[in-house]
Design a protein around this ligand. Structure first.
Ligand code: TXA
Ligand code: MG
Length: 315
């Protein structure tokens, strides 16, 4: 299959919508990372997503919709979910909600779960496409276990990317947030952080007026699929909290200048936006990677989560 690179104007967006209507899969820009989209109502299209990624099929996908009304047709929003949707949609927040019986979503999307992960992305190109083509199931547009893509070049990377495996990529340049969405669910009835991400947990707790329960802190909670320990993995080994590199290591700095610094000014938002691209560039040096300590507040919590997964022993 030849993968088309589409310009993100009306013509390109219409072409992407036409391919999706045919059951093809298309990589699309969102404000967080590039997603590998397929029509969420079409089981065959969803199967093509798993196939292109080489992803274990027990891992359910996020459904992307153009607005809150579209979300209500798929899932039931509790009063707390309404508060979070009003505060953060469109944006980098995914809510895990009870799936409506009449949602019309392919069961492969939810891996048969009674809940569905749903989000309204903020990226203007994603929104324009969703008005033509939604709802779209879309995991991050990387091969399973590899680093998430924050540019169309990452999606098509000759080394481990999806070139030739997908119909098209809608190229809208780099993703402004650079980290996947924050996922919140209500597994035990309480609002729970299932995955740290592009919206700081503190901001979500402030909107709710109470702290989020921490999923990782409760080993008895049902496992959020996708919380596989090794994830987002570069080829190289990764050493964390390394103030300085050992001989032979490539150093990813946080606030100090250098070829692999996450932010010259110590800004966590900039560091998040650069994280995955910096990991990819450092990986190409072919040496072990040492990463400087990253402050753990705000987006730093999500950055550290991704770094721990990248550093975890591989299966
Ligand atoms: O920013 C993002 O969230 C990106 C863009 C493309 O929207 N998408 C993304 O998708 O990161 P993915 O598939 O890489 O991660 C989806 C996460 C997985 O950890 C998955 O297990 C979890 O959402 N998830 C999906 N449905 C779920 C459900 N019903 N219950 C619990 N977790 C669920
Ligand atoms: Mg992913």
């Amino acid at each position: 299959m030849r993968t088309e690179r589409l310009f993100p104007d009306q013509t390109g967006i219409a072409r992407a919508a036409a391919l999706l209507a045919q059951g093809q899969v298309v990589a699309i820009p969102t404000e967080t990372v590039y997603g590998l989209a397929g029509d969420a109502r079409d089981g065959l299209a969803v199967a093509r997503i798993y196939e292109a990624k080489g992803r274990p099929s027990f891992n359910p996908l996020i459904v992307h919709v153009p607005d809150l009304d579209a979300a209500r047709q798929i899932a039931d929003l509790s009063p707390q979910a309404d508060i979070l949707a009003a505060a953060f949609w469109p944006g980098a927040l995914t809510l895990v909600l009870p799936l409506r019986a009449d949602a019309g979503i392919a069961s492969l999307v939810t891996a048969g779960l009674p809940t569905v992960a749903i989000r309204v992305p903020a990226h203007p190109v994603a929104r324009a496409l969703l008005r033509l083509a939604g709802p779209l199931a879309a995991p991050s547009a990387n091969a399973s276990g590899r680093i998430s893509p924050t540019s169309a070049d990452h999606v098509l990377d000759p080394d481990g990317g999806l070139d030739g495996r997908i119909a098209a990529v809608l190229d809208a340049g780099p993703c402004p947030v650079g980290l996947e969405s924050t996922i919140v669910g209500w597994p035990g009835g309480r609002a729970t952080l299932l995955r740290p991400g592009g919206i700081p947990a503190e901001a979500i707790a402030a909107a709710l007026g109470r702290p989020l329960a921490d999923h990782q802190a409760d080993p008895s909670a049902p496992n959020a699929p996708g919380q596989l320990t090794s994830h987002y993995a570069p080829q190289a080994t990764l050493r964390l909290n390394a103030a300085a590199p050992a001989p032979g290591e490539t150093h990813i700095a946080f606030a100090a200048p250098g070829p692999f610094t996450l932010s010259d000014t110590g800004d966590l938002t900039q560091a998040a936006a650069r994280l995955f691209d910096t990991l990819r560039r450092a990986d190409r040096e072919g040496r072990p990677i040492a990463v400087a300590p990253i402050p753990n507040h705000g987006l730093g919590a999500a950055i550290n989560d991704r770094l721990r997964r990248a550093a975890a022993p591989r299966a």
